[in-house]
Ligand binder design. Structure first.
Ligand code: NAD
Length: 508
């Protein structure tokens, strides 16, 4: 089987080199950073991590580029993003395939991730003409009161392995039209897709005559990210990853009064009410819980189902789980690819063990899928019936485990729903309007995303994306999330010949 693995890895390596070339990436200098594919667990390419001087220099170049970039009119800045969208459209298949090779996503999801990049570019292009400030009635005659939104500065983007390209695009497309420059530290697990995005963006800038230095890429482990976090020239640190990472990053940025935008872990739940359309709920649940092998921040991890429909629902989910094809994400028809690495697999096993010790019953899945590669980790999504929401259920395990609990009245279900430290995404499946509205109300779901009759994952870019509590409170992508990437100035203009003071104060 080793020979088979070696051949497979060699083929994947050749494919990777071809894709990188087609995406405009020069062969990187070999180094200590190892790009692996979770498909076989084999090594694709090695490259150098950025050293401290290189990180310094990259931040310096982004800071210098900002001086001019901030004065380019926003609709002109959008030209870079428009060109990036065109290049992404041309290269959607290649970049998607690289996402599959490096992150293990199935083709449809990998191409969908690139589609999301194109969508957010389009959103940012429109936004470039809508960076609206308000005007307010002044309390003084002959005065005008208004607010202006200005570019903020260098944005440091730290991203996670599981959305290696879309999260970068959410941040970068919007930061660029807002007049900011970007320094990106991608996950050390996905350096190759980062090289591709960086090359595409620089090419887009050159093609439209903009300064390519508006985007900088630095590569390496957490320590490289830390340098970005601590640098006072970085006005905003937009960090996506685990709660643990956020807990380390936030106080350091706060210590220098920098701004933080945090997109951290989730522990997303769905409530299934007695009136739910069980057919539709099952489809929504299976995609949200098993899709991307449970490695989305919005993955459905907890099911709170009414006791009257628990049996039929869990039977349907088990049946659907048994039919899911787990395997090589390059193969047509496979719906669940590999876990990113052995650590993720160990985490899944440990969580399952704890759940069973807490009285959980494994209804299906959970076993490692027998592939030819000992370094590749394919698992069948697990469905576990829990007697209570124990500690392990309240934690985010970044693997496909769905814990099911039952309830009798909606108040208890909502209490259970909100009784976790994270607050990213949530849903209710019901045909009762009262229940749906209650779930969306002030005393309903406490998450940043609350859905009705649709799963917890797969958000559209038009809405603001992010969550509360330990998820970090940040919002990215659509709606007015752009405000995090700009600074607001309040302007009072006196066009009279008098100098009346606010609050009627007399000073003479
Ligand atoms: P991770 O926290 O291990 O790493 C994320 C990034 O942070 C990486 O680039 C890493 O190098 C960097 N990093 C880690 N410690 C750092 C430090 N002290 N200073 C600076 N940078 C540091 O996360 P991961 O395993 O790559 O991704 C999975 C996690 O990300 C899950 O918890 C998932 O829920 C979360 N996630 C959240 C969102 C969201 O939008 N809320 C989106 C995707 C993933």
């Amino acid at each position: 089987t080793h020979a088979l693995t070696d051949t497979a890895t060699r083929e994947l390596r050749e494919r990777t080199e071809t894709l990188l070339r087609r995406l405009g990436v020069d062969t990187p200098e070999p180094g200590e950073l190892r790009a692996r594919t979770p498909i076989t667990g084999g090594e694709l390419i090695t490259l150098r991590a950025s050293d401290s001087a290189e990180v310094q220099a990259a931040i310096g170049r982004a800071d210098a580029a900002f001086r001019d970039w901030r004065t380019v009119p926003a609709p002109q800045r959008a030209a870079v993003v428009r060109r990036l969208a065109a290049l992404l459209t041309e290269r959607q298949r290649e970049l998607g395939e690289l996402v599959t090779l490096e992150a293990g996503k199935i083709g449809a999801e990998a191409r969908g991730e690139v589609q999301e990049m194109i969508d957010v570019c389009e959103f940012a292009i429109g936004l470039s003409r809508q960076l609206y400030g308000r005007t307010m009635p002044s309390e003084r005659p002959g005065h005008r009161l208004m607010e202006t939104w200005h570019p903020l500065g260098v944005v440091g983007v730290i991203s996670a392995f599981n959305f290696p390209v879309a999260v970068w695009a959410w941040n970068t497309a919007i930061a660029l039209v807002c007049g900011d420059t970007v320094v990106w530290k991608p996950s050390e697990a996905t350096p190759l897709t980062a090289l591709a995005c960086h090359a595409l963006l620089r090419r887009a800038a050159v093609d439209v005559g903009a300064d390519p230095e508006v985007h900088q890429l630095i590569q390496g482990p957490a320590a490289v990210g830390e340098q970005l976090v601590d640098d006072p020239r970085v006005a905003l640190v937009s960090a996506t990853g685990s709660v643990r990472m956020g807990q380390l990053v936030a106080p350091r940025v706060a210590a220098r009064f920098g701004r933080c935008l945090l997109e951290l872990g989730g522990n997303n739940a769905a409530i299934v009410a007695p009136s739910a359309d069980l057919e539709l709920a099952t489809r929504g649940i299976v995609f949200a819980a098993a899709g991307t092998a449970g490695q989305r921040c919005t993955t459905l991890r907890r099911l709170i189902v009414h006791a009257d429909v628990a049996e039929p629902l869990l039977n349907r989910i088990s049946a659907a789980y048994r039919q899911l094809r787990v395997g090589n994400p390059l193969e047509e028809g496979v719906l669940v690819g590999p876990l990113i690495n052995e650590r993720a697999y160990d985490g899944m096993c440990a969580a399952l063990e704890r759940a069973l010790a807490d009285g959980g019953e494994l209804l299906c899945g959970g076993e490692r899928f027998e592939g030819p590669d000992e370094n590749a980790f394919y698992v069948r999504p697990a469905l576990v019936r829990m007697p209570a929401q124990t500690e392990v259920v309240r934690e985010e395990t970044f693997a496909p485990i769905l814990y099911a609990m039952t309830y009798r009245d909606l108040d208890t279900a909502i209490d259970l729903h909100n009784a976790v430290p994270q607050g990213l995404s949530s849903s209710i499946f019901t045909r009762e309007q009262r229940e749906a509205e209650r779930f969306l109300a002030a005393d309903g779901s406490d998450c940043g995303i609350a859905n009705v009759n649709i799963g917890t994952s797969g958000a559209e870019i038009g809405g603001a994306f992010g969550g509360e509590k330990q998820t970090g409170g940040g919002r990215e992508s659509g709606s007015d999330s752009w405000k995090a990437y700009m600074r607001r100035a309040t302007n009072t203009v006196n066009y009279s010949t008098e100098l009346p003071l606010a609050q009627g104060i007399r000073f003479e």
